[in-house]
Ligand binder design. Structure first.
Ligand SMILES: NC(=O)c1ccc[n+]([C@@H]2O[C@H](COP(=O)([O-])OP(=O)(O)OC[C@H]3O[C@@H](n4cnc5c(N)ncnc54)[C@H](OP(=O)(O)O)[C@@H]3O)[C@@H](O)[C@H]2O)c1
Length: 257
């Protein structure tokens, strides 16, 4: 007999590392079919290894800034019902290029492309697939830095913070737009997760931030990607039209807009 989990399909963006890779791992372990999008499928060794051990994971090229690639992926899965879309891919951006005194507009455009327009276009392209799905949920990974009412001092990464506030607004709007079609949305702060992005916040260049071993997160209350995703998945399971449109921490606590 096919279980409820085995009937479900999830699309994950930025699936090759960090929080995204963990979503793939945990949904696949439950028996879901996983469409795992990543920018460079050849370099995505951990994801490829995972897919090699589970035929329900398919690795797909997906740069969320590439509108034609998003369209091609949506067409490829034309006849597939998708239950959950997870907009996880994100960029923090170089600290120097968003520091007061050396703000680089080109970086702001790049970050907005990845963190805001990408999730918008992926959600738009996969709306027909979600209509066919049993669950009909759009999940986006944001940050507490996108909480306007929580700003206590000027963020050191204003471009990143602004992009996450914009993502929150966009997703709230998509929730309103699609509620009569049965689609529920949520935005999650995943916690301070021990990933490349969190190591970037210490000012490390991207390549250095990739090295995780023995990294000292100082006194930050960090969690692992496993803890983060284990917190979010039951909340995604419980998401409904009645609870749609919220900004939640990975442990279910509400975050003010
Ligand atoms: N870690 C934290 O403490 C923390 C806190 C708040 C929010 N977040 C959010 O959590 C999400 C996951 O981040 P993470 O912590 O797992 O960081 P990460 O390890 O740096 O992973 C980021 C992922 O996004 C992908 N990505 C970047 N640009 C992309 C593009 N144009 N198209 C497709 N994929 C792209 C990366 O792919 P490549 O490997 O190809 O670069 C990578 O897979 C992000 O949205 C981030 O803003 C994280």
């Amino acid at each position: 007999m096919v279980t409820a989990d085995e009937q479900r399909t999830v699309l994950v963006t930025g699936a090759n590392r960090g929080v995204g890779l963990e979503f793939v791992t945990q949904y696949a372990a439950r028996g879901w079919t996983v469409i795992a999008g990543c920018r460079d499928t050849k370099k995505a060794q951990d994801l490829q290894d995972l897919a090699a051990s589970d035929s329900k994971i398919t690795v797909e090229p997906l740069d969320v800034t590439n509108v034609s690639q998003i369209g091609a992926l949506a067409s490829k899965y034309d006849n597939t019902a998708v239950d959950v879309v997870i907009n996880n891919a994100g960029q923090y951006g170089d600290l120097d290029r968003q520091s007061w005194g050396s703000l680089d507009p080109a970086l702001f455009h790049e970050i907005m492309d990845v963190n805001v327009i990408g999730p918008m276009k992926v959600s738009e392209a996969f709306t027909p697939h979600l209509y066919k799905g049993l669950d009909k949920k759009i999940v986006s990974i944001t940050s507490f830095l996108g909480s306007i009412s929580s700003v206590s001092k000027s963020p050191s990464t204003p471009f990143y913070a602004a992009s996450k506030a914009a993502l929150n607004m966009v997703m709230r709007g998509i929730g309103k737009r699609l509620e009569d079609k049965g689609i529920a949305v949520v935005v999650f702060m995943p916690g301070l997760v021990e990933t490349r992005m969190l190591r970037q916040t210490f000012g490390l260049p991207l390549e250095e931030a990739e090295k995780a071993e023995n990294f000292d997160y100082r006194d930050l209350p960090t969690i692992t990607a496993t803890q983060s995703v284990s917190g979010m998945i039951p909340l995604i399971d419980a998401l409904s039209l009645e609870t749609s449109g919220r900004f939640l921490n990975y442990d279910g606590k509400e975050i003010p807009w």
